[in-house]
Design a protein around this ligand. Structure first.
Ligand code: TXA
Ligand code: MG
Length: 338
């Protein structure tokens, strides 16, 4: 691809307009959302969507999420909206939640990765909403990282990965959530299946309906297995260091890490006191979600060869943290008494 000059502008009504002009002409722009930054383009425009895949270096069979700013914008994109989807949208949209529907012809195969379905989300971030409004069309946007590296939660992270690849990044500050949206589908009228956990948690959804969690969320899909969410089959979110989840807490975690130092080693723990190799990962799951991807990038900046992470709680947004960590760690979970 031909290198371009990448501009970073703080979010404002004017910069939103500029982003909209670029995307109306088929270009790609880095945009803030409440989950992670996205790499956005006109979801209806095949060529524009191809440019996203090119900028990211992403496999073409991995479908993109389509972003809207009002519920009326959903109807033209899909062939059918389950009643349960409307109830869930009423409660959790705008927010970090993506739902999968049978797609209409408005959505090209390029956007849906060749699938007959489309994933749709209405973000909560005022900047994201203003940008979608300025465009007046739905935006396809995967996370704005190079394929395989940790998702970006600041405009600086996007610039690191996308400098020279896209013309504009809108800086909306640090993302609130820090992990990508919950992705779900509708296997039956009264139940949902979580394909990727995120900010709208299983606990929150279970107030409205029955909730299944896809086995791929917490375990490695068998080789060659068909996975419902293609993104789950790729190695993901990986820093250059080897990451291990360590099943221990407190002093046992610290002792184990000290005894297993391997090259330049960092240890991410829930303990707020930072010393030597130990960094605070966040004292609760919310804080851990917020810091996870930035910490994985910092590990690279510090030249870490090994990263040990204290196993997070799987409650609430903790399940999303655990799911992303499992992939960063290539599913290596070690028992501290080994
Ligand atoms: O929070 C988010 O969702 C962010 C921000 C930018 O909105 N976007 C994001 O997109 O995380 P991406 O492309 O990095 O991840 C999309 C995930 C992938 O795991 C993909 O396989 C799945 O959603 N997905 C998309 N369309 C799908 C479909 N039709 N059926 C099943 N899974 C789908
Ligand atoms: Mg991604």
């Amino acid at each position: 691809m031909t290198p371009v000059k990448t501009e970073v502008l703080p979010f404002s009504p004017e910069s939103a307009e500029k982003a909209a002009e670029i995307m109306a002409a088929g270009g790609v722009v880095g945009i803030p959302t409440e989950t992670v930054y996205g790499l956005a383009a006109d979801a209806r425009n095949k060529a524009a969507v191809h440019s996203i895949f090119e900028a990211k270096g992403r496999p073409q069979d991995n479908p993109l999420i389509v972003h809207i700013s009002a519920i009326e914008q959903l109807t033209p994109l899909v062939r059918e909206i389950p009643e349960l989807a409307l109830r869930i949208a009423g409660r959790f949209w705008p927010g970090p939640l993506t739902m999968i529907f049978p797609k209409s012809d408005v959505i090209p195969q390029a956007t849906s990765g060749g699938l007959d379905t489309v994933a749709v989300r209405m973000p909560r971030s005022p900047a994201a909403r203003a940008i979608i409004d300025a465009c007046g069309f739905p935006l396809a946007a995967p996370s704005a990282n190079l394929s395989g590296s940790p998702s970006p939660t600041t405009a600086q992270h996007v610039l690191r990965d996308m400098d020279g690849r896209i013309p504009l990044i809108i800086d909306g500050g640090e993302c609130d959530c820090g992990v990508e949206s919950t992705v779900l589908c509708f296997p039956a009228a009264d139940r949902v299946r979580i394909l990727r956990p995120g900010g709208v948690t299983a606990e929150m959804l279970s107030e409205l309906c029955a909730v299944d969690i896809d086995p791929a969320v917490t375990s490695e899909p068998p080789k060659g297995a068909k996975v419902l969410s293609p993104g789950m089959k790729y190695k993901h979110y990986s820093p250059k260091a080897e990451v291990f989840i360590v099943n221990a807490h407190g002093e046992r975690f610290r002792d184990w890490c000290l005894a297993h130092e391997k090259g330049r080693t960092l240890a991410l723990s829930a303990d707020p006191v930072e010393h030597g190799m130990f960094r605070c990962f966040g004292t609760d799951v919310q804080a851990q979600a917020h810091r996870l991807f930035a910490l994985l990038r910092e590990a690279d900046d510090e030249g870490a060869q090994t990263v040990y992470v204290e196993i997070p709680s799987k409650d609430g947004i903790g399940l999303a943290v655990y799911n992303r960590l499992l992939r960063a760690a290539a599913f290596r979970v070690v028992e501290a008494d080994e």
